[in-house]
Design a protein around this ligand. Sequence first.
Ligand SMILES: Cc1cc2nc3c(=O)[nH]c(=O)nc-3n(C[C@H](O)[C@H](O)[C@H](O)COP(=O)(O)OP(=O)(O)OC[C@H]3O[C@@H](n4cnc5c(N)ncnc54)[C@H](O)[C@@H]3O)c2cc1C
Length: 487
Amino acid sequence: MWFRNDLRLRDNKALYAAAARAKLGSKKSVIGLFVISEKEWASHDEAPIKIDFWIRNLVVLKRSLEKLHIPLIVKKAATGSQVVELIESTVKGMDVSHVFWNVEYMVDEMRRDAAVLKALTKNPGIYVEQHDDQGVVPPKEMKNKIGEGHTSFESFRSTWNTLVETDPHYLQLLPVPEANPIEAKQLYAEYFNASVPPYHPHSLDMSEIEQLYPAGEDAAHERLRAFIENKIMRYHLTKDSLTEEDDTKLSPYLSNGVLSTRQCVAAARAANNNKIIVGNEGVRTWIKEIIWREFYRHVLVFYPRVCKNRAFKPPTDSIRWSSDDRKFQIWCQGKTGYPIIDAGMRQLNATGYMHSRIRMLVACFLVKDLLISWQKGEKYFMSHLIDGEFSFNNGSWQWCASTGAESQPYFRVFNPVVQSQKFDPVGDYIRHWVPELKGLSDKQVHDPYHAMSAKEFGKLTYPKPIVDHSEARKKFVEEYKRVLVQK
Ligand SMILES: Cc1cc2nc3c(=O)[nH]c(=O)nc-3n(C[C@H](O)[C@H](O)[C@H](O)COP(=O)(O)OP(=O)(O)OC[C@H]3O[C@@H](n4cnc5c(N)ncnc54)[C@H](O)[C@@H]3O)c2cc1C
């Protein structure tokens, strides 16, 4: 079983199938394999904090597998292409007959898997089985009325809801796989004795990060349970709240596959009298967020150009973006002079996480106020987020930039001050992340440059706004219209 971003025992389709198949083989055993491929990860801008979380989860997974007498072999590949050789040599060297994995849908991953498949199956007696495990409904099972991929979220959601509500197999959860025979302990002793190589190449405070995101399936399920029992019914009222306790922070567990989307939806459905389409508003709103995950993955599968740095709406590829790197760096550092934007970017830099509402604001600001390309923001997010996942990150950035499948209208440009007053009314979020504004009143804190006298503002160690919002908005809208006319 080749583990990738599916680091769990429960409800893991490929692992379950591997264990069932193993019972028919001569050694009756499953062997787990994980390949650390730092070059490949770097080329996908995977954040060090995310890799660190991956590795911490791998350690827990190894321990859990051990209880089932299943060894987990962890190998390092120097390059992406070495992954293929490494898997082939491991499979042949250990006399493995069947190789299982769960499909990853990004273009590079599909190419890599095709190469592994080819290398393995050219050997007589080696078979490969791939499973659609990511998500509730496999992306290719959903098509619109003319047999193509959906491009509208609402039509996707309605089809998804009907399928999942009416066909119980989508939410049937698989149990922990059967254990290997006890003899496997001896047979694979060297792998049980080996440990996962440590990985801490980032400067963030690990004790805090480990507390915020404890590793392992049990921790993920505890977080899900607490949310379902205590908060889901009010999710529609709290989802935009910026207070720490209101975020579920399940996304890192979902992105690493420590938790499956099916497990989340099944738990939410159970709390809602086994309904998805009707019932409690909090539950339905939360499931809707999960459906966004499914939608963006679906878009990527049907329209793989989005994997190649291209906009979903091709004409918007010719928007003339600014190449002002100084402004980009100022945005990255959270020094734009717009407190809500700066708070968000500083939260991201310090913790690898940012609240969803704030992600929208900072993304919209980069693209529409600074006219800097969404690709630059997408890359920066990916290289800093603990929950970074290509399809949701790309889909969400394109939503904010009005270049995506289902996106914000181009003329809708968030006013960062108005949004700040709306979502952080008393300014606590800003004061936490922008301590130089701690002493300001609730009114001043959203827009100190305009809400204070020049003399008072001058005493702050805080920059004045990097752009004038209404002028910047006009510029973006004009540029977008130019592109529309050209089309
Ligand atoms: C510019 C931008 C970039 C983003 N990049 C990522 C990313 O790389 N990885 C990622 O997991 N999410 C991304 N999101 C979506 C969202 O911000 C996070 O999923 C959410 O903040 C996670 O917090 P939570 O687990 O408390 O979410 P909850 O409020 O509990 O929502 C439940 C789950 O639904 C999913 N979800 C929620 N909102 C969205 C959304 N807009 N799109 C897709 N799925 C959603 C997440 O898996 C989340 O865990 C991005 C959003 C924006 C605007």
